[in-house]
Ligand binder design. Structure first.
Ligand code: ZN
Length: 91
């Protein structure tokens, strides 16, 4: 157990809380850099090879496509994008 906590506290370990449960919020997209962005779900009505695909756009303009098998993860301890943070704080 202490091992586990050590790993959580390590600055090099970034953990996610699991798939983002809502259509909006801090998320870490697969294949999209190493930061979390404030994503908003734009559409989710196409089916691709990995299941239902979702198209997201972040406040800073970054976009991402996820699918059932490669979902958007909630941000957890990922470093947050400064641009998104500023925009999220100021409406
Ligand atoms: Zn961003």
């Amino acid at each position: 157990m202490s091992d586990f906590i050590d790993r959580l506290n390590s600055p090099t370990t970034q953990v996610s809380d699991g798939p983002l449960p809502s259509k909006k919020g801090w998320g870490k997209a697969p294949f999209c850099g190493n930061k979390a962005h404030y994503f908003e779900l734009i559409y989710d009505d196409s089916i691709g090879p990995h299941g239902r695909e979702k198209y997201w756009v972040a406040l800073c303009g970054v976009d991402a496509v996820t699918a059932d098998r490669v979902p958007m993860f909630s941000a957890g301890s990922w470093k947050r994008c400064k641009n998104c943070e500023r925009r999220a704080n100021h409406g």
